[in-house]
Design a protein around this ligand. Sequence first.
Ligand SMILES: [Zn+2]
Length: 54
Amino acid sequence: MPVYEYVCQACKKPFELVRPIKENGRNATTCPKCTSRKVERRWTSIFVETSRKS
Ligand SMILES: [Zn+2]
């Protein structure tokens, strides 16, 4: 299951969420610290690392 990294634009705190791909973009992501919806997603290298194992 992919891990998504987010950065809250309101309090500038980074946080991570693990959620199924099928739900990606459907539910509003909120900051767990200040509950702001102004969060920006950052891509991690998890997919690259996985594909390099072979
Ligand atoms: Zn926040």
